[in-house]
Design a protein around this ligand. Structure first.
Ligand SMILES: [Zn+2]
Length: 333
């Protein structure tokens, strides 16, 4: 039995047909976790769909109305990059419900993992990049509305910048601490670390600079990584970003967006992390959260490895990493 919950439903499947997004990855991860005995059936909790009221904590009523009535314009559907259907709307409402449940469990157990979600390219008034609804933002706003948290920090390790997250939580900016002027040297060129402190939600994004989205609205901390970065440099930058973020801000909840697409064999990514490096990435986030005593909720986000099995392995390793870190006493870790 795991010391935390995994949130999963067969209905996480996205009905998008043949697509670079492997919609079956959720079910495959669920099955793999059971087959390898990393988890047992009792470790899983089934989500309910978010309510419209929850969705409206983040998204505009005009946009929600368009989704519910099937009246997106052709351009809006194109921008979404997945084919609209009422069933797809239901799947996104369910993903948001899953992230709400994961946040709730994380606050109780210290960590919880949504075997789905992480749709970080959704904006209040439109969806893009396969993301219709920003489930993580909905979960944060719901926890705040219920007075379960005041503040949160997003740690986005998907290869693509969290543009929706940055836009949603741009809020009122305050003066930030000067960011470290130097970091580990990377491929003869230092990536740009940008920063602007947001309001009640502090956003960190580590991503490939030369990749979608072309326009990257500022997160509280953005690490713009060069193409081809490998494990050690990536981990150094992540460590640097987490340290800097937690010096500036004390969140009640960390929302870790554990994209599998920094993997070197990803079709939509240009970084060069190994499966082992990605596991170390997960362990680093969990170690920092546990050391600081901050609950952490996890979502899966992207993953487009040439072999879907690799994406599933990377996602399952996130569960293994959490099991290791949260089963251990700190002195052992
Ligand atoms: Zn991605």
């Amino acid at each position: 039995m795991l010391p935390f919950k995994l949130i999963y439903s067969d209905d996480y499947y996205l009905p998008i047909g043949q697509h670079v997004f492997p919609a079956e990855k959720y079910r495959r991860a669920y099955q793999r976790l059971l087959e390898t005995r990393v988890a047992e059936p009792g470790d899983f909790a089934a989500p309910q769909p978010a309510s419209d009221q929850d969705i409206l904590l983040v998204h505009t009523s005009q946009y929600v109305n368009k989704l519910k009535t099937g009246t997106l314009s052709a351009r809006e559907e194109l921008e979404l990059e997945v084919p609209y259907s009422p069933e797809l709307v239901s799947a996104f409402w369910l993903a948001a419900g899953g992230s709400i449940l994961a946040a709730d469990y994380a606050l109780k157990d210290g960590v919880a993992i949504n075997i789905g979600g992480g749709f970080h390219h959704a904006f209040p008034d439109h969806g893009e990049g396969f993301c219709m609804i920003h489930d993580v933002a909905v979960a944060i706003r719901r926890m705040q509305r219920d007075d379960k948290i005041r503040t949160a920090m997003t740690v986005d390790c998907d290869v693509h910048q969290g543009n929706g997250t940055a836009a949603i939580f741009a809020g009122t900016r305050t003066v930030s601490e000067p960011l470290p002027s130097s970091g580990p040297p990377v491929l003869g060129r230092r990536p740009l670390m940008r920063g602007a402190h947001a309001g009640d939600v502090f956003t960190i994004s580590l991503h490939q600079e030369n990749n979608y989205p072309a326009w990257k609205p500022p997160s509280s901390i953005d690490i713009d990584l060069p193409d081809g970065i490998t494990d050690d440099d990536y981990l150094a930058w992540l460590d640097n970003a987490l340290s800097s973020g937690l010096r500036q801000f004390t969140p009640d909840l960390i929302c870790y967006i554990a994209g599998a697409d920094p993997y070197r064999e990803d079709q939509l990514g240009g970084l060069a992390l190994t499966i082992e490096g990605l596991k170390k990435r997960d362990e680093l986030v969990f170690r920092v959260a546990k050391t600081q005593g901050i609950p952490v909720m996890v979502t899966y986000a992207g993953g487009y490895a040439q072999r879907v099995e690799d994406t599933v392995t990377i996602h399952c390793n996130t569960v293994t990493a959490a099991a290791r870190m949260f089963a251990l006493k700190l002195s052992d870790g």
